[in-house]
Each structure stands twice: as structure tokens, then as C-alpha cells.
Design a protein around this ligand. Structure first.
Ligand code: PEP
Length: 254
């Protein structure tokens, strides 16, 4: 059985003070829900102080990005070793990075390889744009992104996939549970083709795109959906807690 996972992507929000305040506001309640893996991904500068706050907590920490080189003259970048020192997870290939920072499939692939090498669990984001969706190209886009991101990787070791249709991210227009479930089933099928059925069945695949406390149940009751990558709603303690709580309720019914 796949353990559900809810990850909060705080994006470029919160100062260190705000980040530690938000952790204090949600940590103790989130710690009561043990059948869902709970991950928060604050900005880099807050990772160390937040880690300190999570010393006695089961809440896990993730970074929002990394660079693929281990160290050296890459001004402003953060290496996999630095991330692994503080975090268990790392988001890779988020559509905002693909689109605003020109991250290609080849770069995403190098980042996934670099993360796995140091024992980090990548949350690999894939998803189609609105024009691709409307042109009926969703499956082709996802197949291409999976094939390029996982190129040359034999062992996926804890990697999680987040299906995040670009048109649903930060727009308030979430996909339907039915669409997300069907698309995630397709992703799992493609993983079985690239690897094998066991890898596909064990792989956690999340949905991401305007998940809130109000629509979480629609996604969490779907058999193929193993949790969510949550952006905006993860910045509100009560919203995030409600999403995790609803995930816990549905996980026992699946
Ligand atoms: C995200 O940042 O991955 C995301 C899904 O954002 P939002 O929940 O705000 O759409």
C-alpha cells in the first residue's frame, strides 16, 4: 500500500520569521496525523531554522530546487549535498522553473540524477500546458517529460511524481478528480512500461494544481491519487491541516 503524501510548496513566500511562525502554527496538529507523510518546502533561507523547529516532529522538510553540480564556481546555486544536509525531499522540474528559468528536460534529468545520488527523494513535477491540453496532447507531453526526466535512471529509490497540469497551478481552476485520476493512471502505466509493474504500483503519484481544503476530498478519494503538491493553500496553517486531515480520512477507505 502506498503511504499518502501531502507536500506544501511555499514558493517564494515567507521571510525566515514568517516561515518559523507558520511552522509553529501547524506543527503540533500535523504531528497528530501519522498515516500521511507531511512535507513542507519553505524557501532555501528558511530550511535550517525550520529544521531546528522540527527536531522533535515527524513533519518532513523539502527544498524547492537544487543545482546538479556537487560544488564549485556556480554563484548563487545550491548543491544536492547542501540540500541533503537539511532535507529529505526536493521538488524538481516545477513548471515555474521550466517556464521562467528555462529548465529543459535535460536539466531536469541531471537534477533528478544528482538528487538520487545523495539520497534525496525527488518530487518530480510533470504536466501539460493549457494549449497542449486543448489540443489533446496531454499524454504525449507527459510521456515526453517522463522519458526525458528519467533518462538513464535505473533505480527510482523513493522518487515521487507530481502531476501538475500547468493550467491548474495558481489559477484557482483545479482539474476534476476524475481527470486527475485518469491521467495519473496513464502516468503509472507509462512508468510500468519504462520500468516494471512493481515499480509502477509502488510509485507515489500526487496531483497538484489549486488544491484547497474545499476540493481536497474530490482528489483524495480517487484510487490512483496518492496525495497532493499544494502551493497557495500550504501557506495557511488551517487549510494545509484540513487537506492533510481529509487525506488521512480517505486513505483508510481506499
Ligand atoms: C504548486 O506550486 O505546485 C501548486 C500546485 O500551486 P497551487 O496549489 O497554488 O496551484
Amino acid at each position: 500500500m502506498r503511504v499518502p503524501l501531502i507536500a506544501g510548496n511555499w514558493k517564494m513566500n515567507t521571510t525566515v520569521n514568517e516561515a518559523t511562525g507558520l511552522v509553529r502554527a501547524m506543527r503540533d496538529e500535523l504531528d497528530k496525523i501519522t498515516d500521511v507523510e507531511r512535507v513542507i518546502c519553505p524557501p532555501f533561507v528558511s530550511l535550517a531554522p525550520v529544521k531546528e523547529l522540527l527536531k522533535d516532529s515527524t513533519l518532513k522538510l523539502g527544498a524547492q530546487n537544487l543545482y546538479f553540480a556537487e560544488k564549485g564556481a556556480y554563484t548563487g546555486e545550491i548543491s544536492p549535498l547542501m540540500v541533503a544536509d537539511l532535507c529529505e525531499f526536493v521538488i524538481i522540474g516545477h513548471s515555474e522553473r521550466r517556464h521562467y528559468f528555462n529548465e529543459t528536460g535535460e536539466i531536469v534529468n541531471k537534477k533528478v540524477i544528482a538528487a538520487l545520488k545523495v539520497g534525496l527523494k525527488p518530487i518530480l513535477c510533470i504536466g501539460e500546458r493549457l494549449d497542449e491540453n486543448e489540443a489533446g496532447k496531454t499524454e504525449d507531453v507527459l510521456t515526453g517529460q517522463l522519458t526525458s526526466s528519467l533518462n538513464g535512471i535505473d533505480n527510482l529509490d523513493g522518487l515521487v511524481i507530481a502531476y501538475e497540469p500547468v493550467w491548474a497551478i495558481g489559477t484557482g481552476k483545479a482539474a476534476t478528480g476524475e481527470w486527475a485520476n485518469k491521467t495519473i493512471a496513464f502516468i503509472r502505466q507509462h512508468i510500468a512500461q519504462l520500468y516494471d509493474e512493481k515499480v509502477a504500483q509502488e510509485m507515489r503519484v500526487l496531483y497538484g494544481g489549486s488544491v484547497t481544503a474545499a476540493n481536497a476530498a474530490e482528489f483524495m478519494q480517487q484510487p490512483e491519487i496518492d496525495g497532493a503538491l499544494v502551493g497557495g493553500a500550504s501557506l495557511k496553517a488551517t487549510e494545509f491541516l484540513s487537506i492533510v486531515t481529509q487525506t488521512s480520512v480517505f486513505s483508510t477507505r481506499k
